[in-house]
Write a protein that binds this ligand. Structure first.
Ligand SMILES: [Fe+2]
Length: 279
């Protein structure tokens, strides 16, 4: 069995010390094979916040994959945001940019965050379709053969149906269709600060979109949480761990079979109410 812990939106600067301490205790019990960190490690993209995030992640002596979130660019330094938005992030985390190869899984990271955009809300995601093709080429390559392939990003491609906020990831719908038709089986994301498991269908093919909650104090409608993903022979369990007091408590697992004949919500990448892209 392969066990991956998915966490997101730690937001050092507004981190939740109780959640971080409880996470450390829980991870010792769960003994995961890897950590997938889905962006927003900092609140304002400050060097001190990146340093704290790195120190904390270095407490876990297992493979880790880290991608940047929209908060991981200098908040007030417009020059840096335009010219080199993720230089700071990369100086702390480039060695954790993946891929991560495990016995049963192959993890690839892709940046969907931007320092600035030609639209009002710079916090929204944007998929570079060439980047996505590189990911898919890697997923089709020999290194990931016979393994479950995970794509790690900050922004969901389509707005998660149960999330407390709507997202509008650029080229999200096209990216979603492409992902469903590719060997990538899972898209792990953060940003919305709420956990969810959704099957995204496109013409009889699909992928599983898994959103993680936050480990920060910036909670919206749900408590601080993270996800445990367990890959078994023919199935996969996704379990949300919620912070209750000073410890994490698991919810009933989402049980995913290869046929997806389970109770998770299905959304379609081709049409429907969950439009995630305006372009
Ligand atoms: Fe975010």
């Amino acid at each position: 069995m392969t066990r991956i812990i998915q966490l997101a939106d730690i937001h050092f600067g507004t981190e939740n010390p109780v959640a971080l301490e409880a996470f450390e205790a829980t991870i010792k019990e769960l003994e995961p094979d890897a950590l997938a960190v889905c962006g927003d490690l900092t609140q304002r993209g400050k060097r001190s916040e990146f340093a704290d995030a790195r120190d904390w992640l270095d407490r876990f002596d297992i493979p880790r994959l880290v991608v940047a979130g929209n908060h991981d660019t200098p908040l007030l330094n417009i020059y840096e945001r335009v010219v080199s938005p993720f230089e700071r992030h990369d100086s702390y985390f480039e060695d954790l940019s993946g891929p991560v190869e495990l016995e049963g899984a192959y993890l690839i990271g892709m940046n969907t965050s931007r320092g600035w955009q030609t639209r009002k809300n710079w916090a929204e995601g944007s998929v570079n379709l060439e980047d996505l093709e590189s990911v898919i080429a890697e997923a089709e390559g020999p290194a990931s053969h016979g393994k479950a392939v995970f794509l790690i990003c900050h922004h969901p491609f389509l707005s998660p149906p149960e999330a407390p906020m709507r997202t509008a990831t650029r080229r999200g719908r096209r990216a979603s269709r492409r992902l469903a038709q590719s060997p990538v089986g899972f898209l792990l994301t953060g940003h919305v600060h709420a956990p969810s498991v959704t099957v995204v269908d496109d013409e009889a093919k699909s992928y599983v979109a898994v959103s993680s909650g936050t480990l920060s104090t910036r909670i919206r409608t749900r408590p601080a949480s993270f996800n445990l993903i367990e890959l078994k022979q023919e199935a996969c369990d996704v379990t949300v761990y919620n912070l209750h007091g000073d410890r994490f408590v698991p919810e009933k697992p989402h049980k995913l079979s290869p046929e997806y004949n389970h109770a998770e919500p299905h959304v379609t990448a081709a049409a429907g109410p969950y439009e995630g892209s305006k372009s």
